[in-house]
Design a protein around this ligand. Structure first.
Ligand SMILES: *[C@@H]1O[C@H](CO)[C@@H](O)[C@H](O)[C@H]1NC(C)=O
Length: 417
């Protein structure tokens, strides 16, 4: 049974350690909160409160300032951080041209067939990843044939430029069933981070037509250690096309880095897209699988983790549907940032929309929850909690295109299969 725990621990950088500490907080929160989650009366305070004069952004932005001023400042802040972040983005050209390493890697791709029936070079994805050299500089396309792959996988940080390619019409399924509460070798629970069926710590990863699954049974409300991650993405500049990310609580750990999800299906229950990635989700279907309270995002933008302040999730032209009562997000970090644009929301989306979770005054701490031109019965923005807003054209602009993730420097079309 491939476990990769040792490899994962050896590969920990300081950044990962910070993230690990942060992640270890998550299970406790999620478990307790799930038990006590109060429909219609979250941490932000119940039904649509209008910001009172002098309240709202007052504490942060100066007494008497309105929430709109706060929003404007947030947009300015975006413009400033965008410049800083773009210049830090790999490639050096401010994210405007394709990264040099990436162009070089794409020039001479290699392709390995992975097939459980022995007709490929490898029978398991584990073996195929092992065969990729460390400090790999070429695009390696794993042509993964249909089948169920019961493997727990790590794409280690030393192996960039790997692609998992399946046939979207008959996608291979990669599945494992660890949970946060699963006991590790030392007898202690492994935690949310290590529960991932597939962990990607390498940069420039790509997946096309793959089902990433954690098939641990759905956690009961309040159950300890029920977080069961299907996919964790820590590497930057990772793209996912026509993939399904399937699980229950904490399905997709959008942990860190720039990520792009297109034409994907993401299924889960509580906090099922979470982490401090800076990610664009476009034309994705996001489904709740719980009859109780589903929380679509727990975005962890926070001042407490370096890099996290530049993070956020943007959903564009997506569909939200499924069972239960769906919250669009709750604030894991003090500056949690999530925007939905042109997104169809089914009736299960609760009118208040959002929850502050541990953040007592979301409007003053930097939580940024916005919606722009969404549709469907769940898009009743007039009843939203007072500190979430409908964005103006100008405010939405930063979030609705691939520039949100500096896509010009790295987003390439999916491979031909
Ligand atoms: C990928 O997904 C999109 C949206 O569901 C679909 O239109 C497209 O046909 C899919 N691609 C393939 C090759 O199946």
């Amino acid at each position: 049974m491939p476990r990769h725990k040792c490899e994962a621990v050896q590969g920990l950088s300081i950044a990962v350690l910070v993230a690990l500490v942060a992640a270890s907080i998550s299970p406790a929160y999620s478990q307790k909160e799930q038990a006590s989650f109060n429909i219609g009366g979250g941490g932000g305070g119940g039904v649509a409160k209008k910001p009172s004069p002098g309240g709202g952004a007052g504490a942060a932005a100066g007494a008497g300032s309105s929430f709109d001023q706060f929003l404007a400042q947030n947009v300015e802040h975006f413009a400033v951080t965008e410049q800083i972040y773009a210049s830090k983005a790999k490639g050096g050209a401010g994210g405007k041209t394709l990264d040099a390493d990436l162009s070089a890697a794409e020039a001479s791709p290699v392709r390995y067939v992975v097939s459980p029936d022995g007709k490929g070079k490898f029978r398991t994805i584990t073996d195929a990843i092992k065969a990729v050299p460390e400090k790999n500089r070429q695009r390696v396309i794993l042509d993964i044939r249909p089948g169920t792959y019961k493997e727990k996988l790590l794409v280690p940080s030393m192996k960039p430029f790997i692609t998992f390619a399946g046939n979207p019409k008959n996608p291979p399924i990669i599945t494992w069933n660890d949970r946060a509460g699963t006991r590790g070798k030392n007898g202690a629970p492994i935690g949310t981070m290590a529960s991932a069926s597939v962990a990607v710590e390498a940069d420039y990863f790509m997946a096309y037509g793959i089902v990433f699954k954690n098939d641990a049974p759905l956690a009961l409300p309040g159950q300890e250690g029920g977080q069961a991650v299907a996919l964790r993405v820590f590497g930057t500049k990772a793209a996912f096309y026509n993939c399904t990310i399937d699980g229950g609580q904490d399905t997709l750990y959008d942990h860190h880095g720039l990520h792009y999800f297109k034409d994907c299906v993401i299924r889960g229950s509580v906090d099922f897209i979470f982490g401090f990635g800076r990610s664009l989700y476009t034309e994705c279907t996001i489904m709740s699988v719980t009859k109780e309270t589903a929380i679509l995002t727990a975005q962890q933008r926070t001042k407490a983790i370096s890099d996290a302040i530049e993070s956020g999730f943007s959903f564009v032209r997506c569909k939200i549907m499924g069972m239960g009562q769906i919250y669009l997000g709750r604030a894991w970090g003090d500056s949690s940032r999530v925007v939905y644009s042109f997104t169809e929301m089914s009736k299960e989306v609760v009118p208040v929309g959002w929850d502050g979770w541990k953040v007592e005054k979301p409007a003053t701490t930097g939580v940024f929850y916005g919606e722009y031109k969404c549709s469907g019965p769940g898009a009743m923005s007039t009843q939203r909690i007072g500190w979430a807003r409908v964005l103006t054209d100008q405010q939405a602009k930063a979030f609705t295109g691939s520039q949100f993730v500096y896509g010009n420097s790295w987003i390439l079309p999916p491979p031909k299969i």
